[in-house]
Each structure stands twice: as C-alpha cells, then as structure tokens.
Design a protein around this ligand. Structure first.
Ligand code: ATP
Ligand code: MG
Ligand code: MG
Ligand code: MG
Length: 439
C-alpha cells in the first residue's frame, strides 16, 4: 500500500476523551472512530488488525477440529424465554421490536440459538462430539462503555459451543479449548494467563478466564509468579488425545492464579511470599463447562447406545476479538506509539523515502516495494512529500515491526537502513539483504 493513496487519518493531538494508552493510540493512529458511546467504525488500518486477529482465531479453532459457521446478530426473544434468560439478562440486553410487534434482541451471546440449531438437526450420539463456533458482532448495553474497543457496547467476539454425550467428553472439549486459546494468544505476541473464575449469569461450575496483565486492566488478579514462566510454544499436540489436553490444563493451572471473584486469601498466603503477585488484568477470553443447563431448558437430547434420550453436555468458549486489539496495544507500546507483534501487524514493514521525487530514491523504493510484495509481504510505502521527521513519527506511531529508510546518501554506498521498531536498532545493508531479513 502507498500511503499517498491510503486512508490513514492520523491525529496530531492526543484526544482528551481517551483515558488509557491503547484507546489514545488507536485514535491517534487512525484505527477507529467512535460513532456513539461504545460503538465504533473500524477505519482501514484498525480493520486490518482486527482481521489478522480474527484469522489467527479461525486457524487455531480449525486446527482443533472446531467448525466455523455464522449466526445472525438479531435473535428472537422467544428462544431466550425458553431458557429463562430473557428476563434474567437485565438491562445489558438490547431489546428491539419489529413491525409485527415481535420481540427481538441484539445477541449478547448465542447459547440459546446454537442449542436451537443443534436440537433441530442432531438426534444421535453418533453425531457427537461436535464443536461449532462463529465470530460475530455482539451487543451488550454496558453501563459504562469505556477504554475504546476494550469495553464497547458493540464488540466482535468468537464464541464456540461444544456438544458431547458425557461430562467426561465435554471436559475434554473444555481442555481442548484451553489449548487452542494458549496457542491463539501466543501467536498474537500475548501472554494470557488462564485463571480460575466465577461463572456468573451463564451458569456452571467449571470456568477459566484468560487474562493479559496490564495496569489498566479492569480485573484484580492474584497469582503465583511461577505461572508467568510457562510457555506453550510450538509443541505439537494431538487434540483428540484426552491425556495430552488434560496434561496441558494441569500444567497451566498448576499454580495459583485467580480473579478477585474466586480469590482465596488462605490459599494465596500459602505461596512463598516472594512469588505472590497482586496485579490487574484484561479479560481476553473465557471457557465454560455448564453441563446440561441449556440442553435441559431447550430439550436438546440425543439417543445414546442404549436407545435412551439424554440431554447433551455443553460448554461455551469466548474470545474478545475486538478487545484484543486494545489489549495487544496495552501490552506492547512505548511513548512514541504502538509496537505491533509480527503476528498481528497491519503491514509487515514501512518504507520511508527520505527524498520523494529524487529519481534514484524513488526507484529504490519502488524496487523494495515489489521485492517485498513478491515475497507475499504487505509493505506500507510512505511516498508522501513530507519531512523525514514527520514520516518517522508516523511510522513510530503506527508501530510496524520494521522500517526501511531509503535516501540518496545511503544509496550512493548501495545501502538502505533497516530499523526494528521494538529494539530501535538500525543496520545499514543492501536493499536485497533488508528484504531477506524481513521475510
Ligand atoms: P467482562 O467481564 O469484561 O464484562 P464478560 O465476562 O462479560 O467480560 P464473556 O461473556 O466472557 O464476557 O465474553 C467473552 C469475551 O468477550 C470476554 O472474555 C471479553 O474478552 C469479550 N468481551 C466481553 N464484553 C465485552 C465488551 N463490552 N467489549 C469488548 N469485548 C468484550
Ligand atoms: Mg460483561
Ligand atoms: Mg468477565
Ligand atoms: Mg467472561
């Protein structure tokens, strides 16, 4: 992409309404624009990051055999009356009436709808196990929408639902989701710690939240510092293996790590003092096992191998896709701007032409642009007639992992400058070597 033809409405001033750094930087970098409280347009660069995060979520779900689909945002109230949640959900639910006076709602989650789909089409234990998921906009009329996309009213969420014959099988699905989440967050350059949580209005007794540690997080968390040494890495895992998935759960939940809802002072005090940590965290996902709560309420049953009708065991598993954009920035920025992890960066590198209009500099930039594109990379070429200082400031603000700086002086010696956004280190090398380093 050439910056002169892109739409990147960078702000010079720091917007006063933004209280936390990720919100400020997303506004300044022209990623989002608020349309009303907690509702945002995703401008081109914000949209790109959102799509990259979404793609990682899809890949990791499908790696584990989970099946993508898409349910609507608007749901009939009657389904929620069946589960009893139409009244129980309260003012967070946005209720709508259509022209025929039918009660509808903008879905805050999809347990009822997926269970309705299941009961319409699945009758036999032979069709289990089954995990379906979608990535769709949700609406929750939050009392205090704030922090930009971190606590929006309309937000983008992956929610997946497992259907299993037995509790044991459903717990395997739970563990399998835990593994997929560990991989998902690590690919985004994040450490998200599974913490024992409270099940809240969804119900059930088995649940973990995934928290990214950050001072601006809304949850208070308590943990044993040893938990932060654990990395999933690039281990190969058989998602069908009950033992392997259980092993990962045991490893990643072997140290004390809880949100304030389930915090236990006595247990916490048993950890050696130097390892006890109290901090704040951003909830970027949650997994639940809730047994037959919805299958009982909505009559989602299958025939087992004794020809008996039994309710299926279920769980639901969410990832805050749009919240993650903010969470990643909270975890990765400096005073100049965003520092995108490679896995989610909107462009792989920036090209800064120090002397736009200089034949040699222009040609070198064009060549770099084609060479990077030919390797399947997506560069952002700042081809505007601007001062070098302004171009550098924009690049630092938008936080691409690499910057290639091209100017007549370097070109005389056959070199360009390659700068890492993260370390700030620069090296001079030939254009070919710079491309090879990025690829
Ligand atoms: P929170 O405690 O932050 O209100 P939640 O526990 O109500 O979140 P879940 O029902 O667990 O949310 O939904 C799954 C994920 O969706 C959450 O882990 C979070 O990452 C994301 N999410 C929930 N509410 C919002 C929101 N208002 N804005 C953006 N993302 C959200
Ligand atoms: Mg909530
Ligand atoms: Mg929560
Ligand atoms: Mg939650």
């Amino acid at each position: 992409m050439r910056l002169s033809r892109y739409f990147l409405p960078v702000l010079k001033e720091t917007p006063s309404e933004a209280q936390i750094v990720s919100h400020r930087l997303m506004l300044r970098a022209g990623m989002i624009k608020q349309s009303s409280a907690g509702i945002y347009s995703w401008l081109p660069m914000g949209y790109k990051v959102l799509k990259r995060i979404e793609q990682i979520v899809h890949e990791e779900q499908q790696r584990a055999g989970h099946i993508p689909m898409l349910m609507p945002t608007l749901q009939p109230a009657d389904l929620w009356r069946e589960s009893g949640r139409y009244d129980a959900y309260g003012p967070e639910m946005l209720r709508i009436r259509d022209r025929h006076e039918r009660d509808m709602l903008y879905g805050p989650t999809n347990e009822e709808m997926i269970t309705d789909i299941f009961r319409a089409h699945v009758n036999s234990y032979k069709d289990l196990p089954l995990t379906l998921y979608h990535i769709q906009w949700k609406f929750r009329d939050e009392v205090r929408p704030r922090f930009g996309v971190m606590r929006g009213r309309e937000f983008y969420m992956k929610d997946g639902y497992n259907f299993d014959l037995t509790k044991e099988a459903a717990l395997h699905a739970y563990n399998r989701h835990l593994v997929t989440y560990l991989r998902t967050y690590e690919r985004m350059g994040l450490q998200a710690i599974p913490m024992r949580a409270d099940s809240g209005p969804i119900g059930g007794d088995n649940t973990h939240e995934f928290l990214v540690l950050a001072d601006t997080g809304e949850s208070e968390v308590f943990y044993d510092s040893e938990i932060t040494d654990l990395k999933f890495g690039d281990r190969d895992i058989d998602y069908d293996s009950v033992e392997e998935c259980q092993g990962v759960l045991e490893e990643f939940t072997s140290r004390y790590a809880r949100t304030d809802e389930t915090h236990d002072e006595a247990e916490f005090a048993a950890i050696p003092e130097e390892r006890r940590r109290t901090a704040r965290g951003i909830e970027v996902g949650q997994i639940f096992y809730f047994g037959t709560k919805y299958s009982d309420a909505l009559g989602a049953k299958v025939v087992n191998d004794n020809q008996e009708q039994v309710p299926v065991h279920m769980g639901s598993h969410g990832i805050g896709v749009s919240r993650l954009v903010g969470a990643i920035i909270e975890a990765s920025h400096d005073d100049k701007g965003i520092i995108w992890p490679e896995g989610v960066t909107p462009f792989h590198c920036g090209i800064v032409n120090l002397k736009q209009g200089d034949d040699e500099a222009d040609a070198a930039c064009e060549q770099l642009y084609s060479a990077l594109t030919a390797r399947g990379l997506d560069p952002l070429y700042d081809d505007r007639k601007e001062r070098a200082g302004g171009k550098f400031a924009t690049m630092d603000l938008i936080g691409l992992p690499w910057r290639i700086t091209v100017g007549p002086r370097g070109l005389k010696n056959g070199v360009v400058e390659l700068t890492s956004r993260k370390s700030g280190e620069s090296v001079e090398l030939t254009p070919e070597a710079a491309v090879a380093r990025i690829a």
